[in-house]
Design a protein around this ligand. Structure first.
Ligand code: GLN
Length: 536
């Protein structure tokens, strides 16, 4: 059993500095040195989880194998590390308070005044230490969401201070800040960094490592200046320049020796000559940077203005593109902008079409038009979750001639609810009684189907996040008309994958394959989709 070490990553000056990517990159480097590492995100908002947040507010909601609805940073962790995360890897202020209030009602604190310190901070500390409890991990990296100085993150920062004091050599704090360049003065400015470190120090935390985000290279003197003003060893002040892909950050951090600094701080011995093995990673980057082909894929969704809303799909496409040595140019099309008059024109340059997941009826009919265009023009098509449901509805309306076919989510009075709430779906649910969340088994039932050819196996596990399902009452009629179910959950008989065998490559999946694509294991469906686009 190992004594787990805790690494905290805080951020200062501004948000969006990429704490998640730095955390994931450090984890990658430590993993490449054969350590077991996990990453956890603490989010300072009051929602119990981001499941109820609009993607415009918080980007994509990432779903883990155990069905937790989590922050999108967990997606980065899995894509970098190729290791599953779980509910324990994402904690919000809301969940902390919820637990404390429940304990209070149960009488756990009888006689005591329940307060932020110690009760809330104790609950935070309990969650941080939970992952290290069974000695499975050598390192637990905890990323504190938000920016130091925010009112919301104070209890988290205080919990870090206490842990650092209690566990001494078992804890290290990395602080990420920004060094802006003032074009008018022609200078890089360190003052915002000094101030943000002061805020941390006022909270009783001395950072051990500073990672300076910068658009321009930093010289040694600037780093020495920052080190002197912030009580940090000069060699522990490193820079993180802008790079064109997040997947280069582990290599940059390796050059900056972030992993070596961490090992030195924990007094873990290593040979200077021992560099982490990142062969597969470099191989991926090499393919990503030297594509042999360029293809255009139209992505039809209703949150396309905000790229973070579809983070995992975008990354899956990058993984699959690299695997096919193909640069995939994504053309984002707002489903609300597609109508009967313009859809052919707007989609005509697409060599492949993806229809996105989603909830509610905004932009729904535009998605139906995109499916129709892909189906009628033999263009490779991948429909994900709502995208698969759109594929079934479009097929029912235009091929099975059920003109009024719909999802009962969009029209509860439809005569032909080809997508509906199914009885056994309720049995499976674990969120407010209606949502199917997390990984479920799926059997690929048809040999030589696109799914079978892509996965090269018949038993798979994929993650779900939806309420509605294909209505099996319409299944045989649908199959006779030429759209077949190729993936089934055997326990419930729910349809998980549909295909049109006559079409070049037309696949709809009720699950979200994008949650399981990683750099080292690009998802087979995305890989097969891009291959089909490529072969056009
Ligand atoms: N709104 C649909 C459902 O709940 C699809 C959800 C999704 O695309 N994630 O079934």
């Amino acid at each position: 059993m190992t004594l787990t070490k805790y690494i905290f990553v805080t951020g200062g000056v501004t948000s969006s500095l990429g704490k998640g990517i730095i955390s994931a990159s450090l984890a990658k480097l430590l993993q490449a040195r054969n350590f077991n590492v996990t990453i956890q995100k603490l989010d300072p908002y009051i929602n119990i989880d981001p499941g109820t947040l609009n993607p415009y507010e918080h980007g994509e909601c990432y779903v883990t194998e155990d069905g937790a609805e989590t922050d999108l940073d967990l997606g980065h962790y899995e894509r970098f590390l190729n290791v599953y995360t779980s509910q324990a890897n994402n904690i919000t202020t809301g969940r902390i308070y919820y637990n404390v209030i429940q304990k209070e009602r149960k009488g756990d604190y009888l006689g005591k005044t329940v307060q932020i310190i110690p009760h809330i901070t104790d609950e935070i500390k309990r969650h941080i230490k939970l992952l290290g409890k069974d000695g499975k991990y050598d390192f637990v990296i905890t990323e504190i969401g938000g920016t130091v100085g925010d009112i919301e993150s104070l209890p988290f920062i205080e919990a870090v201070r206490q842990l650092k004091w209690e566990m001494k050599n078992q804890c290290v704090v990395i602080h990420l800040t920004l060094v802006p360049y003032l074009a008018a003065a022609g200078e890089l400015k360190t003052k915002p960094t000094q101030h943000s470190v002061k805020i941390l120090q006022e909270a009783g935390i001395q950072p051990d490592v500073l990672v300076l985000r910068t658009e321009h290279p930093l010289d040694k003197n600037l780093k020495i200046k920052v080190a002197n003003f912030c009580n940090v060893q000069p060699e522990y002040v490193i820079e993180s320049p802008d790079v064109d892909t997040i997947y280069k950050v582990p290599l940059v951090m390796q050059e900056e020796k972030l992993d070596e600094i961490i090992l030195k701080l924990f007094k873990i011995k290593f040979k200077e000559s021992d560099k982490p093995e990142l062969k597969a990673w470099r191989n991926f980057l090499d393919k990503y940077e030297h594509p042999k082909k360029i293809v255009k894929v139209a992505f039809v969704g209703k949150y396309v203005e905000l790229k973070d809303a579809y983070k995992s799909i975008n990354e899956s496409i990058i993984h699959a593109g690299a695997e096919n040595e193909t640069k995939v140019q994504m053309e984002y099309i707002h489903s609300e902008n597609l109508n009967n008059k313009n859809y052919k024109d707007l989609l005509k340059s697409a060599q492949g079409i993806i229809v996105a997941p989603g909830f509610g009826d905004r932009g729904f009919e535009g998605k139906i038009l995109a499916v129709r265009y892909a189906r009628e023009n033999n263009i490779p098509f991948l429909g994900i979750c709502l995208g698969m449901q759109c594929a079934v509805i479009e097929f029912a309306r235009n091929v099975m001639n059920l003109k009024d076919a719909n999802s009962s989510e969009m029209n509860p009075k439809t005569k032909y609810p080809v997508i509906d709430i199914m009885e056994n779906q309720k049995f499976l649910s674990n969120f407010g009684g209606t949502m199917r969340l997390g990984a479920f088994a799926c059997s690929i039932t048809k040999k030589n189907s696109h799914a079978n050819n892509a996965y090269k196996t018949t038993e798979i596990f994929e993650r779900h996040r939806h309420r509605y399902e294909l209505n099996n009452e319409f299944l045989s009629q649908m199959e006779k008309a030429g759209m077949v179910a190729t993936g089934i959950n055997q326990e419930t008989k729910l349809v998980e994958i549909v295909e049109i065998p006559k079409h070049k490559w037309f696949v709809g999946v009720q699950f979200h394959p994008e949650y399981k694509s990683t750099v080292i294991n690009p998802h087979p469906l995305f890989v097969a989709f891009i291959k089909a686009v490529n072969d056009l």
